[in-house]
Design a protein around this ligand. Structure first.
Ligand code: TMP
Length: 250
């Protein structure tokens, strides 16, 4: 079992509720997405809301293989266009195999990065024209847009330092191609995220992670509670009585 299985190894519930939410988490490297996703998952399960945690690139066997190619630090010669198409390929598979069917069955998805990451990393970071990225994103996501996106924000230097430390502690090998980018790249990425949030303030919620893990989660919880309230039919939550466990092992 690999490390990511611990975070993303998930239970798939037989969905009886009809609350379908698509929640994404974005941020610079080391912004603490994984911790907040796990906290939110626990919170939603306690509330009886069927939910599934997944990630991009990855989330299903083919896309996890693409992830390995994308993040391998030995692939220094990868050109920005190949990188873009690989992210889009991973997303197409993930959306069709995991996201779309689960949402259709009335489940809630918590996704670690989605199309916004392509806009900022390949657009702002690699400087590929945004209009191409938008069209490809539209195609690969089948037009699916998050109900809410939490942008966990901190200065790029702070996040990067945290990400490098985490990789060393967890001995996370072969996933450091982006951590090895120059600081200017990461600053462009952060600028891109903040620009996106400014453009779509009702969807993209910026949370400064320097206030600490608990306060960050409080804000996330508040926003999700509100979303649940407005999305629940007759504002009455249906609980899940029966569930079946299905492990995803890649
Ligand atoms: P993670 O480390 O948060 O799992 O994300 C993997 C890396 O992939 C991270 O450095 C951001 C990058 N990325 C892109 O460059 N474009 C994308 O479309 C996505 C989803 C991730």
């Amino acid at each position: 079992m690999r490390l990511w299985h611990i975070f993303y190894f998930d239970f798939e519930y037989l969905v009886e509720g009809s609350l379908s939410l698509f929640i994404t988490f974005e941020g610079v490297e080391g912004s603490g997405k994984t911790t907040q996703i796990q906290r939110l998952k626990k919170y939603l399960i306690q509330k009886g809301i069927p939910c599934k945690v997944t990630r991009e690139p990855g989330g299903c066997p083919i896309s996890e293989k693409i992830r390995k190619i994308l993040l391998n630090p030995e692939h220094r010669e990868m050109v920005p266009m190949s990188e873009l198409f690989l992210y889009e390929a991973a997303r197409s598979q993930h959306v069709k195999e995991v996201i779309e069917p689960f949402l259709k069955r009335g489940g809630t998805i918590l996704c670690d990065r989605f199309s916004d990451a392509t806009v900022v990393y390949q657009g702002y970071g690699r400087k590929i024209e945004l209009k191409w990225i938008k069209r490809l994103n539209q195609a690969s996501s089948c037009g699916i847009k998050p109900d809410v996106t939490f942008l966990l924000d901190c200065p790029s230097e702070v996040g990067l330092k945290r990400a490098i430390q985490r990789n060393q502690t967890l001995k996370q090998e072969n996933e450091e191609r982006f951590e090895k980018e120059k600081i200017q790249f990461h600053q462009r990425v952060r600028k891109g995220y903040l620009a996106l949030a400014k453009k779509e303030p009702s969807r993209v919620k910026v949370i400064d992670t320097r206030v600490g893990e608990d306060k960050v989660f409080e804000k996330i919880r508040e926003i999700v509670d509100h979303l649940i309230k407005i999305k629940t039919p007759n504002s009455k939550l249906r609980t899940v009585n029966s569930f079946r466990r299905k492990a995803h092992v890649f």
